[in-house]
Ligand binder design. Structure first.
Ligand code: AMP
Length: 481
């Protein structure tokens, strides 16, 4: 079995890897690192979770360190383009971690934040620049970034770039790069348009393809629950009655859906935060940090926001709606079972999503165990029986704690109030207005749901739940472990 020490990487890099406790390269690392160190272009077919960041970061850092020279002013020696801010941040963190004994500089440029600090970071030049396309183009337009001295160009998550409409911006950026450069190109899938883009960029590339889809899929315990669309919310609340649903990513198809589902969880006493493209950078960072710290049990996300997010110990992935693209199913479930761990994934499937499920099973070449929760009278029965008390909220003022009346209290993971098995948007339009108002009132202050609480407390609190008892689950539904 190959070891990192076999690959000829510079000593400070081996030390940083040892600091992290990594001694064996993953398959993409073992296959890509020697060629990239030798200066070859690379076409990597791989998704996050395969170790692809280190597969390009390590040889890039090695090359920069072996041939030290000042970074070009307002520019960089290596440029990495990433589709999302979160992924850009993660990539930059990886470069910093692997390069910590090398003394190289790393900067990040993405939208949604002020230009000034980015301009200052770029002014003197940096060794590694990680950027999202839109903001980098702004800097190029302002001449606060100049890319003519770039030696290595990395395009990460190219298929995601395509989905987000970044192909033209990428071409614009590439036009600013010098003709003589090394190119590394990563994509999880190879649709024709991405193949063309790669063909135009790469010169005699080394091709490395890892297929984590199958292995990831195998490691993850998966279930599909058939359920009526309007009862998904009750089913989700029921899943969270299980204390092992401790750090859960819930996927929705739309941004509004993410907000709605997070709000619904908060209403039933589950700490939840949503993350999607309409949230400010600060909101996204706070939601992620609270989730990583175990202060919220559920992170409700759209595909784009969750893409590439690497969070340890995600216990479950719930797909509130099935994705339109089957590959997204694999990306989603891959958020659990990181770095070789096992994980569980539950997908809700309404009748009108059966076609999507068929496509997913075809692409992943598996039949996912399914359970029929339609017409299940147990589902939502406990919560539906609760009175609809508009004044009972997950965030009612705390008159018991030290904070006095001004602080807000959450009864973690308890059913703090009445729960309706429908969200306003699930109702026919004529009924929506009537329902929406009380929902709004109940959802107020949901940002307060990030009240600090550790995972241990969360489990203890969940176990301590003394709320309305549910009848035993029907035999055909077995909770995931
Ligand atoms: P990535 O595919 O780059 O998102 O990496 C997935 C996860 O695997 C990250 O948490 C990495 O820190 C971790 N990782 C990368 N390379 C290795 C390795 N050789 N051994 C163990 N973990 C690794």
């Amino acid at each position: 079995m190959t070891q990192f020490t076999d690959l000829g990487l510079a000593k400070p890099l081996l030390k940083a890897l040892a600091d992290k406790g990594y001694d064996q390269p993953t398959p993409i690392q073992a296959q890509a690192i020697p060629g990239v160190m030798a200066g070859r272009d690379l076409l990597g077919i791989a998704q996050t979770g395969t170790g692809k960041t280190a597969a390009f970061a390590l040889p890039i850092l090695h090359r920069l360190a072996e041939d030290r020279r000042p970074a070009p002013r307002r520019g960089c020696r290596a440029l990495v383009l990433s589709p999302t801010r979160e992924l850009a941040t993660q990539i930059a963190e990886s470069f910093k971690a692997y390069g910590r004994h090398l003394g190289l500089t790393v900067a990040i440029v993405f939208g949604g934040v002020k230009y000034g600090p980015q301009m200052r970071a770029l002014a003197g030049g940096v060794d590694v620049l990680v950027a999202t396309p839109g903001r980098l183009i702004d800097h190029l337009g302002e001449k606060s970034a100049v890319l003519s001295g770039t030696e290595i160009f990395v395009l990460d998550e190219a298929d995601q770039m395509l989905d987000m409409g970044f192909v033209q911006p990428i071409k614009k950026i590439v036009a600013h790069l010098p003709a003589q450069r090394q190119n590394l190109f990563f994509s999880a899938t190879m649709p024709a348009e991405i193949g063309e883009l790669a063909g135009g960029l790469l010169r005699n590339p080394l091709k490395v393809s890892v297929t984590p889809a199958a292995t990831t899929v195998e490691r993850i315990k998966q279930q599909v629950l058939f359920v009526e669309q309007q009862r998904k919310r009750a089913l989700l609340a029921e899943l969270f009655d299980d204390a092992s649903f401790n750090r859960v990513i819930v996927f929705t198809r739309t941004k509004r859906g993410a907000d709605r589902v997070a709000k619904g969880l908060v209403q039933v006493g589950v700490e939840a935060a949503s993350i999607h493209g309409d949230k400010s950078q600060g909101q996204r960072e706070r939601a992620l940090a609270a989730f990583k710290a175990g202060q919220v049990r559920a992170l409700v996300a759209t595909d784009i926001a969750a893409r590439g997010i690497d969070i340890d110990a995600v216990t479950h992935v719930v797909q509130y709606e099935l994705p339109n693209v089957p590959e997204a199913y694999v990306h989603r479930i891959g958020r659990t079972a990181r770095a070789g761990a096992s994980g569980s994934a539950v997908a809700f499937c309404a009748d009108d999503e059966r076609n999507l499920l068929r496509d997913i099973q075809k692409v992943t070449r598996q039949t996912i165990p399914s359970f029929d929760r339609r017409n299940d009278r147990q589902l939502g029965a406990a919560t539906a029986a609760l009175p609809e008390v508009a004044g009972v909220k997950a965030d009612r003022p705390d008159t018991r704690g030290q904070g006095g009346g001004r602080s807000r209290s959450h009864e973690p993971h308890h059913r703090a109030g009445g729960h309706r098995p429908e969200t306003a948007s699930d109702l026919p339009p004529a009924n929506r207005k009537r329902r929406r108002r009380p929902n709004k009132a109940q959802g107020q202050g949901q940002s307060q749901s990030h009240a600090p609480q550790g995972p241990a407390q969360a489990v203890a609190a969940s176990n301590a739940y003394k709320g309305p008892k549910r009848k035993p689950q029907p035999a055909r539904w077995s909770p995931l472990d």
